[in-house]
Ligand binder design. Structure first.
Ligand code: CA
Length: 236
């Protein structure tokens, strides 16, 4: 359900591969979503301008234009959530898509559970942004991060973070559940002149994990997305 209109959530599926189309259509319809389909970038943009969907599932490899061009066109008039589909092994595509404003990505092949979880997370974030949501408080297990009060509590004890650690954690909390790319994180925490300094991230991420993770070598919360960035796990 769309919490604003009370109608079922409309998903615009942009995909040219027949098997993937079938899988997406069947899965989404079976789970109460409405589905609009486009097999080219041009029809996707046309559908989206006539009737703005609640969320877009966008394949990056389309027959006419690439998914990035579609994303730019959609982003020009809407902040609607976009989850991109990419082929296994194309890490650069994912990074580029996330940096260009995609909310999340799915690597083919993916299962029903993963698809539905990513859509729910992207829709939830979009709703929080739309309704203002106030200063978010992130809670997962024994960890509680209160952005408004700048407070991190683990197992009932308040943790002391350095300013850089705090900034890094707060960027991940604002984006809880989604991948934040190395470049996005460096830009937000250190500024645009530092977007190449990925070693900063390794150093500060390991410090954060030592403070927040019961076993820093096997993080349960501050997850590494290989070749892409980091994700703060948001499921319970
Ligand atoms: Ca394709």
């Amino acid at each position: 359900m769309n919490a604003t209109t009370g109608q079922s959530t409309n998903v615009l599926v942009v995909e040219d591969e027949v098997h993937m189309q079938r899988f997406l259509r069947a899965t989404l319809l079976a789970n109460g979503y409405q589905v609009t389909e486009a097999t080219t970038g041009a029809t996707a943009v046309m559908h989206a301008t006539r009737h703005v969907p609640d969320i877009v599932v966008l394949d990056l490899g389309l027959p006419d234009v690439d998914g990035f061009a579609v994303m730019r066109e959609l982003r020009a008039f809407s902040n609607l959530p976009i989850v991109v589909l990419s082929a296994r092994g194309s890490e650069m595509d994912k990074v580029q898509a996330l940096d260009a404003g995609a909310d999340d990505y799915l690597t083919k092949p993916f299962g029903v559970g993963e698809l539905l979880a990513r859509l729910r997370a992207a829709l939830r974030r979009a709703l929080t942004v739309k309704t203002g949501g106030g200063e978010p408080v992130f809670e997962r297990g024994a960890l509680r991060v209160d952005l408004g009060r700048r407070q991190v509590v683990l197992n009932g004890e308040e943790l002391k973070l350095t300013p850089i650690e705090w900034k890094m954690l707060s960027v991940l909390v604002v984006n809880a559940g989604r991948v934040v790319t190395h470049q996005q994180l460096l830009q937000e925490v250190w500024g645009p002149q530092c977007v190449q300094e990925t070693h900063y991230l390794r150093v500060y991420m390991s410090q954060l994990r030592r403070k927040l993770e019961p076993d820093p070598a096997r993080p349960q919360c501050l997850l590494t997305e290989l070749g892409l960035g980091y994700r703060l796990r948001a499921d319970r």
